[in-house]
Design a protein around this ligand. Structure first.
Ligand code: FNR
Length: 366
């Protein structure tokens, strides 16, 4: 049977990823309020490992409690979290997949109700329908908070100590992720969350060394990446997810040229793959959408820098995913919603692409 490109291995440092199909990080909002994984996470992530994904990436996993989007997000701010995640990474590896963790801080988009509870901010003196309390959120520039989902009564402008706390939290989260058995650490710097808020001039109006010039706006993410790389072993890859553009062409914002320039800095810092998403920063964004809509952004990063690139967004068909890799547009394809609809998307893709080297149905299901 013909070899597909989608099911060819990808080597990054000493890690061999069995194929180029990854489960994109997707919040499940299914913890109690302690950030610990539940049976839901075990079954959700485990099913997709059985389903043939080369990488199973966790949802945005908070490096500190105030960095959660909702009170029900997954976290990795204590050793107890790492211990609870360990059986999940072990199961993913037993199925032939590579477990990855997305390390996240939601910045001024934190402390919200879950999507199915209305998605609106929870003030510190309020609770969500489950009785979970809100908290004060961290922002680079509270005065530049975009008008998302109503008022934000409690925003704290990140001072020097807050910034150090965030960097240290990322470093410790990476150490714990390693102890939990993850083989890829992905820094979440996309979608209008904390690190992206610092990157974009649309949300960063600081006048200290963390705002203003490109160098200053990118300082925090570079320091976070350095901290993670410091503790993440040399034989294992680090990914960063960015928004390739804010889709705000009518104002000063973050765009693909800056993304390419940042990817070159990331290469110097030992980042192995940039996972290129887009948007999420501002409600005025004009996102084109449709099949492959972010692939050109991944392609630009791949062409313009020495890092590998991951493409994500609107990929639903096996042949489509294969073509992205075959045509040299990206090194890895991350699939989100299609993997929610079909946990066995990888096995179906292997069948459709008629690739013998691709993952097989587990013996239990043959
Ligand atoms: C997401 N997405 C997302 N992205 C991310 O970087 N961290 C996250 O935790 C989440 N959470 C999340 C939850 C749910 C339910 C969805 C549907 C999406 C975005 C996701 O990873 C992906 O980039 C987009 O869904 C686009 O890819 P698809 O769905 O078109 O394949």
């Amino acid at each position: 049977a013909p070899m597909s490109e989608l099911f060819s291995p990808l080597s990054l440092r000493d890690l061999e990823i069995p194929n180029r199909l990854a489960v994109s990080p997707m919040c499940q909002y299914s913890c109690d309020t302690d950030g610990l994984p539940t049976e839901w996470h075990r079954v959700h992530l485990g099913s997709r490992a059985v389903g043939g994904a080369g990488i199973v990436m966790t949802e945005a996993t908070a490096v500190e409690p105030r960095g959660r989007i909702t009170p029900h997000d997954l976290g990795i701010w204590s050793d107890e979290h790492a211990e609870a995640l360990e059986p999940i990474t072990q199961f993913i590896r037993e199925q032939g997949g590579v477990p990855g963790i997305q390390l996240a801080h939601a910045g001024h988009k934190a402390s919200k109700r879950r999507p199915w509870d209305g998605n609106v901010p929870i003030a510190p003196d309020e609770t969500d329908p489950d009785g979970a309390e809100g908290w004060e959120v961290l922002s680079p520039s509270p005065d530049a908070y975009p008008p998302f989902d109503g008022d934000r009564p409690a925003m704290r402008k990140a001072d020097y100590d807050d910034i150090q706390t965030v960097i240290d939290a990322y470093r410790e989260a990476a150490e714990r992720s390693l102890a939990a058995g993850f083989e890829i650490a992905e820094v979440h710097a996309a979608h209008g969350y904390l690190l992206h808020e610092f990157l974009s001039p649309a949300t960063n109006r600081r006048e200290d060394e963390y705002g203003g010039s490109f160098e200053n706006r990118t300082r925090l993410v570079r320091e976070v990446v350095e901290a993670v790389r410091e503790v993440w072993p040399d034989d294992k890859p680090v990914f960063v997810r960015i928004s390739g553009t804010d889709w705000l062409d009518d104002r000063e914002s973050w765009d693909i040229d800056q993304s390419v320039r940042l990817a070159r800095d990331f290469a110097q810092l030992g980042v192995d793959l940039v996972d290129v998403s887009s948007g999420g920063l501002h409600p005025d964004q004009r996102v084109p959408g449709g099949p492959n809509f972010q692939v050109p952004l991944a392609e630009a990063v791949r062409e313009g820098s020495d890092v590998a690139a991951g493409a994500v967004g609107g990929v639903t068909e096996p042949a489509q995913a294969d073509a992205v890799v075959r045509n040299g547009r990206a090194d890895l394809v991350l699939v989100g919603r299609q993997f929610l609809r079909d946990p066995y998307f990888g096995l179906r893709a292997a069948g459709e692409l008629e690739d013998d080297a691709a993952p097989h149905w587990p013996v239990q299901y043959r």
